[in-house]
Design a protein around this ligand. Structure first.
Ligand code: IFM
Length: 441
């Protein structure tokens, strides 16, 4: 890698990220059924009908995976906890094997000198709660608060940081409007409710953790730069609409206690009654903000379509195997915008950034110069914003290892470590070795 640790300020944190359903193996250890299991079992939803039953077998390989993180030399491991592993029915009966697992994970990190950064929810909603309407049901905020309470009773004294929800846009819009993720709905009313309730659940969980005296609590949102297809005013406005839904709704809710007018234009009739009253919970103060960033979208006006009247177009930049354009400048734009418009002096972290590629093992080696270049390009942007005085305090790579890429199954490889999904053998890629060396420099 071109970049080395010494180019960053003292104390700047490097990390790697994963999530529970994508790696653990959900068929192990008494975890309950989730709406992702149901979604994946429905024909046409997931490539090759793959699910998270085995993931990367991380549940059974915890110690050696923690050794890999240690070998990489990062400071932070961002993992998530599965609600259904802790509370198989979503409420009530606790699965002690689940709590034991997360306790071993946290203790194993601390023993290795790595900071445990927990995310409480990364998309595997227990099926019994989905049966009750899932994110459409306002009660989900208190169910989530109860789950937070149970889990933090066990590990809250040892985690370094906690964010309640990963990527509220995916929970709300991608899953209830676009139908690409579980529960696979395409329904504007469900979307409005899910987008609001996910923020209510976020704020409720923050309050639960504060009541336990916990600190270093944050929010993690995802961002996609919206570029108008050309400079015509209607296309510029379409890109602004895309931007408001994707990049501003959740940030504005959490950090300003309001929603953007461009989003209310479509969603307000479908929001629950007295939704404004919930901002006192939603915007409960947090200690930091995390940004997940991968790509941009080229957007055009689509006046003959229903709200939000836009369409996505193929851009001219190089793409990853997800079909995502590589646009590193978007990362620095979003970091600067977060600080200038939403978070002020709060510490910011890049909580996910990385690329997928069709990486193969050849003679025991996985050569992935594309990933090293992607990381270098994005780290150069990170360095620029730090030099400009923005309080960015860390950068975490998605992902430690190849894993279950949701509706796209196991084919999209984002890892620094290659996983053979037949044998679960791990092979650190060349990017892993390059990063380890850069972090030692
Ligand atoms: O794999 C996902 C992750 O679950 C959330 N952020 C984006 C990643 C790549 O799509």
């Amino acid at each position: 890698m071109k970049i080395s640790r010494s180019a960053f300020p003292e104390g700047f944190l490097f990390g790697v990220a994963t999530s529970s359903y994508q790696i653990e193996g959900h068929s192990f250890g008494g975890a309950g059924r989730t709406h992702w299991d149901d979604f994946a079992q429905t024909p046409g939803n997931v490539a090759r009908a793959e699910n998270g039953d085995f993931g990367c077998d991380h549940f059974n390989r915890l110690e050696s995976d923690l050794d890999l993180i240690k070998d990489l030399g990062v400071d932070v491991y961002r993992f998530s906890t599965s609600w259904a592993r802790v509370l198989p029915e979503g409420r009530g009966q606790v699965n002690h094997q689940g709590l034991d697992f997360y306790e071993r994970l946290v203790d194993g990190l601390l023993e290795r000198g790595i900071k445990p950064a927990a995310t409480l929810y990364h998309w595997e909603l227990p099926s019994p709660l989905a049966d009750l309407g899932g994110w459409r049901n306002r009660d989900i905020a208190s169910w989530f608060g109860d789950f937070t309470d149970v889990l933090m009773d066990r590990i809250g004294d040892r985690v370094w940081s906690v964010a309640p929800i990963n990527e509220p846009w995916c929970v709300g819009w991608l899953s209830h409007f676009m139908g690409h993720h579980a529960p696979g709905l395409r329904d504007v009313r469900a979307t409005a409710r899910a987008m609001h309730h996910v923020l209510l659940a976020h704020g409720t969980a923050i309050q639960v953790m504060r009541s336990k005296g916990m600190e270093n609590l944050g929010a993690v949102c995802n961002f996609e730069w919206a570029t108008p297809v050309d400079n015509r005013p209607e296309n510029v406005e379409a890109a602004a609409r895309y931007d408001a839904i994707y990049n501003r709704f959740f940030m504005e809710g959490i950090f300003k206690g309001s929603y953007p007018d461009r989003v209310l234009a479509g969603l307000e009739p479908h929001l629950p009654q007295s939704w404004q009253d919930d901002f006192s919970t939603i915007s409960t103060p947090v200690d930091w903000c995390g940004l997940n960033y991968y790509t941009r979208k080229v957007v055009a006006d689509a006046p003959n379509e229903q709200w939000p009247h836009y369409s996505e177009h193929v851009g001219e930049l190089p793409q990853t195997s997800m079909g995502w354009e590589i646009y590193p400048e978007g990362l620095s734009e979003f970091i600067k915008r977060a600080a200038a418009e939403y978070t002020g002096d709060l510490p910011l972290y890049v909580t996910e950034n990385g690329m997928s590629a069709p990486d193969v093992i050849d003679g025991g080696v996985v050569n992935d110069p594309h990933r090293t270049a992607y990381l270098d390009q994005h780290l150069a942007q990170v360095k620029d914003v730090i030099d400009a005085g923005v309080p960015l305090k860390g950068y975490y790579i998605w992902s430690l290892m190849d894993n279950y890429e949701w509706a796209l199954g196991y084919e999209k490889r984002f890892g620094l470590v290659h996983v053979d999904f037949d044998t679960f053998e791990r092979t650190p890629k060349e990017s892993f070795k390059g990063l380890a060396e850069a972090l030692r420099r």
